[in-house]
Design a protein around this ligand. Sequence first.
Ligand code: HEM
Length: 411
Amino acid sequence: MTPISFATGHDGQTAAEPAYPMARTCPFDPPAELARLRAENPVSRVRLWDGSSPWLITRYEDVRRVLSDPRVSSETDRPGYPIQSEALRIGRVFTRSFIGMDDPEHARYRKMIISDFTARSTEALRPVVDKLVNDLLDAMERGPRPVDLVEAFALPLPSMVICHMLGVPYPDHDFFQSCSRALLDTTAGSDAAARANDELWKYLTGLMAVKEAEPTDDILGRLAQRYILTGELSRDDAVCIATLLLVAGHETTANMIGLGTLALLEHPEQAAEVRDGDTAVVKSAVEELLRLLTVLHSGRRRVALEDIEIGGVTIRAGEGIIAASESANRDPSVFESPDELDIRRDANHHVAFGLGAHQCLGQPLARLELQIAYPALLRRFPDLHLAVPLEEIRFRDKMVVYGVQELPVSW
Ligand code: HEM
C-alpha cells in the first residue's frame, strides 16, 4: 500500500486520502491502517469507490457520539451521503427502507414491526431455533465429511428463522440468498445489482399481495392486514420493509456463525469453554465474538445536517461521515488487548449492533441464534476441526457483511 502522510493541518485533511475500506492483512483483524488513524488522526478524510471523500471517525467515544447525534442523517438520498457501493446505490429497495430514513419517518415504520423483535417475542422463538439447530446438526451428522459449515449450518439457520418469522417460504432460499448476495457485493456491476433488485422487488410484491388476500400469522401477514389494508402503508413501502428484514435477518447472523466458529476453532481452549460453559459464559463469548469480528465491517454511514465538532474537527453540514464501528470495537482505551479473543471479558458495550436510533432491531434475535448455535455445534461435534489449512479459507473482503465464503470442517 502507498505510504500515507498525516502531516497536514487542522481540518483533518491529509496529503493523500487513504482509500476506504482499506485492505486487511489478517483475516480476523480490521485493516492495520485503522489503528494508525485512530492513534494519529482519528477524524480524517478518506476516499471512497466513487471518488467522494467523507470523514472517517475511528475512536470509540467519537463513534458513539456521532451515532447518537440527531444532527447527523441516515438518508441515503442526501447529497454527501457516503454510499457504500454501486450495488447499494442501485439496490434502492434495500436503501429505501427505514434504515435509510430519519425520524420521525424512520420511527413510524420501525414501530410497525418492533413488537416482533423485543426480547420477549424473541425468547418465545427459542423452541423454534432449538429445533432448527438440532435438525440441521442431525443432517450434518448423517451426511458426508468434510462438509461446508456455511452451507450446512451457518446460512440455513438464520434464513429458516427469518423465513419463519416473516412468512417467506424457505424453499425459495436459493433465490433470495442470491439476490441478497448481489446487493451486498461491493464489486457487483450495475446490471447484476439492478437485476437482483428488480427480481427481489417482484417476488416480495407478489408475496405481499398474497398476504393481503389471505391473512397469515407472521410479520408480513400482519403488515398486510394491519397497515396495508387500512391504508396506513403502501404495498411498496411494505416491500421495502420486507426486503430489509429478509436481507438483514439472514446475512449478518450467518456470517457471525461461520466466522465466529472459525475464530473459536483457532482458540481451542476457549472453544472448549463455550462447549462446556454455562449460559453466562456463552453469553459473554457471543458478545466478545460480535465485538472482535464486527462483521458489518465498513462503518456506519451518515451525513451531517449541521456543522458539528467531533474530536476537535469541524464537520460541515452536507459532508459525509463514516463512523467506523470496526475500529471503535478495537479501541485500546476501551478494550484491553483489543485484538485478542477473550470470551471472558466484559465486551457488551461494543458497537457491533450500531447505536442510537438505528441500533440493530434484530439484536435480540441475533443473540438468541448465536447463543444457541455455537455451543450446540461444539457439543454435537466435540472434535470439530478445519478440513483444510487456514490459508485456504476465502474471506468475504468485498462484501458488505464480512465472513468466510465457505468453511470446510470435519470431526
Ligand atoms: C449478528 C448479527 C447482526 C449484526 C452484527 C447486525 C448489525 C446491525 C447494525 C450495525 C445496524 C445499524 C445500521 C446503521 O446504524 O446504519 C443494524 C440495523 C438493523 N438490523 Fe441488524 N444486525 C444483525 C442481525 C440482524 C437480524 C437477525 C435482524 C432481523 C431482521 C436485523 C435487522 C436489522 C434492522 C431492521 C436494522 C435497521 C434498524 C433501523 O434502521 O432502525 N439485524 N444491524
